[in-house]
Design a binder for this molecule. Structure first.
Ligand code: NAD
Length: 522
């Protein structure tokens, strides 16, 4: 893989990349040069300077990954990347501890009035009474958003012997139990917390989540901290709440407009602490961001799936999925080639242990990828495979069953075209294996050149095919035949050392008692 590092990132990340892939470091590359050279690269690493626009993506014919060392991807056209099958990754966990520590710093500064005490001493004053503070011990922390950062703040506040209540309607009770916190509604948090810390994303739902009415519910001594995103707190309402002592104080790292206007009314107040969006700015966070994105690129270079893909649903415990990924791709490719790409529905049934995985999206995407790739020029990836299937009018249906017919796991994939259906069932036994084709049990490794034919289960049918292939110097690797009870029909699945030439295919199709002759490449 050839990777362009287009912004300055921590040296550690570059070191890791250089051990495994070709790296070009050009942290001052201009937009014009990026446009000219991007098609040479398989991956690009950026921070916030370089913009990966739709125009760049359109000409980036070899690009597979856009890696943002950091969190926000406002400088990447993620939709254009998704359409082209390019994954966009970031490093959200690189900043969690850094932001949580900044939050703690602000909380302590509010409790002990550190910023105004500092200002007062520097002005030559000694106002000990004015700066009477409070302990964090036994105070109630109210967390809004118990994700990566919120949970880090909670664990630090536990060390300060604070009680915690949490508002996060998307956090399952089980996860909250494991974290040792009590979930409650927003009003209870507002009413009871001495310190409220916001850690939700800015969405239409969280815009102005805290405004005039919410300030009224809060204790008049309470403090609120926002290290998440500007706009979650309504700044006009905040100004009045602080000025009229509706609440005790506030600390902000993020603003509705950044930087805030020079004449912002918030600057007039003593009971607010303001920092310039630096909660994530530590050397450690930048180093970790560079290491994380370098590792994401290395995993892609080893055909593994990176962890922080933004344009694909997140998979926890990725290792649980890896045994099935290749199998899924092969099953998709097998059924689709077997029907010459003529399918308007793919039906997938996960059976046994694989059915118990919490999320099958990655596996389903791999099946679709395998099914559509043989018929398209550009490489389809797990990022854009559902989009490509939709564009081609292919419906995907998915189900689970407990039974795996004696195996630990069994995945059944069917290509459906009107009333016709072609199915293959497979498992992972030291690599992908196909165990059933339609109603016939077989056992074959789906790889290289293959051949399937249905035939009358009468003496001579198998011999005719073997002879014709042998006469044309097509060597058979493995031959698996499966017979259907009662119907008198059987199926043959062969792996071959060479592709069957077209003229031989025509002769095979004309043989008596032989039908549905198809060649495949897996
Ligand atoms: P996360 O995705 O891990 O956690 C967000 C949590 O918010 C989730 O648990 C989610 O269930 C919850 N949530 C979503 N909508 C909610 C709602 N309407 N009400 C209550 N809870 C809701 O995110 P994170 O990594 O913890 O980041 C949290 C915030 O911090 C984000 O807004 C992020 O942009 C911001 N951030 C700021 C800085 C900075 O420099 N100040 C740096 C990094 C992250």
């Amino acid at each position: 893989m050839k990777i362009l590092v287009a912004d300055s990132i921590n040296e550690k990340g570059i070191e890791i990349l250089k051990k495994e892939v070709d790296v070009v470091v050009d942290p001052t590359i201009t937009p014009e040069n990026l446009l000219k050279t991007i098609n040479e690269y398989d991956g690009i690493v950026i921070r916030s300077r370089t913009k990966v626009t739709k125009e760049v993506i359109e000409v980036a014919d070899n690009l597979k990954i856009i890696a943002r060392a950091g969190v926000g991807v406002d400088n990447v056209d993620v939709n254009a990347a998704t359409d082209k099958g390019i994954m966009v990754v970031n490093s959200p966990e690189s900043t969690s501890i850094t932001v949580a520590e900044h939050t703690m710093g602000l909380m302590l500064s509010l409790a002990r009035k550190l910023s105004i005490a500092d200002k007062s001493v520097k002005e030559g004053k000694w106002e000990k009474k004015k700066f009477m503070g409070m302990e964090l011990k036994n105070k109630t922390l109210g967390i809004i958003g118990m994700g990566r950062i919120g949970s880090q703040v909670v664990s630090r506040c536990k060390a300060f012997k604070m009680d915690t209540i949490v508002y996060d309607p998307y956090l399952p009770d089980e996860a909250a139990n494991q974290m040792g916190v009590d979930l409650t509604d927003l009003e209870t948090v507002l009413k009871n917390a001495d310190f409220i810390s916001i850690h939700v994303p800015l969405t239409t739902e969280t815009k102005h989540l805290i405004s005039t009415e919410e300030f009224k519910i809060m204790k008049d001594s309470s403090f609120i901290i926002n290290c998440a995103r500007g706009g979650i707190i309504d700044e006009k309402a905040l100004y009045h709440a602080l000025k009229d002592d509706v609440i005790g104080g506030c600390a902000l790292d993020v603003y509705e407009e950044e930087p805030p206007k020079k004449d912002s009314k918030l600057f007039e107040l003593d009971n607010i602490i303001l920092t310039p969006h630096i909660a994530a700015s530590t050397k450690e966070a930048q180093r970790d961001a560079a290491i994380i994105v370098a590792e994401e690129i290395i995993s892609l270079s080893k055909n593994e799936t990176p962890q922080n893909i933004l344009n694909m649903p997140r998979v926890d415990n990725y290792k649980d999925y890896t045994p099935y990924l290749d199998l899924c791709k092969k099953l998709g490719s097998f059924i689709s080639q077997a029907v010459n790409g003529k399918l308007n529905e793919i039906e997938i049934i996960y059976g046994g242990e694989v059915a118990e995985l919490p999320n099958h999206e990655l596996l389903t995407r791999s099946i679709i990828q395998g099914a559509v790739n043989p018929y398209l020029k550009g490489e389809v990836t797990t990022i854009n495979s559902p989009i490509v299937a939709k564009e081609r009018g292919i419906t995907i249906t998915e189900g689970v069953r407990n039974d795996a017919k004696g195996y630990d796991s069994l995945i059944k994939v069917s290509a459906i075209n009107g009333n016709e259906r072609f199915s293959a069932e497979g498992t992972n036994l030291h690599g992908p294996r196909i165990l059933k084709v339609n109603n016939y049990w077989v056992d074959v490794k789906p790889e290289g050149h293959m051949f399937i034919a249905k035939y009358e289960d009468v003496p001579g049918s198998i011999g005719k095919i073997g002879t014709l292939l042998g006469e044309n110097k097509v060597n058979i690797g493995v031959m698996q035949v499966g017979r259907e009870l009662d119907s008198g029909k059987a199926i043959m699945v062969l792996t071959l050392d060479h592709e069957v030439p077209e003229e031989v295919m025509e002769q095979l199709k004309s043989l008596e008692n032989i039908y549905n002759v198809v060649k495949l490449t897996l």
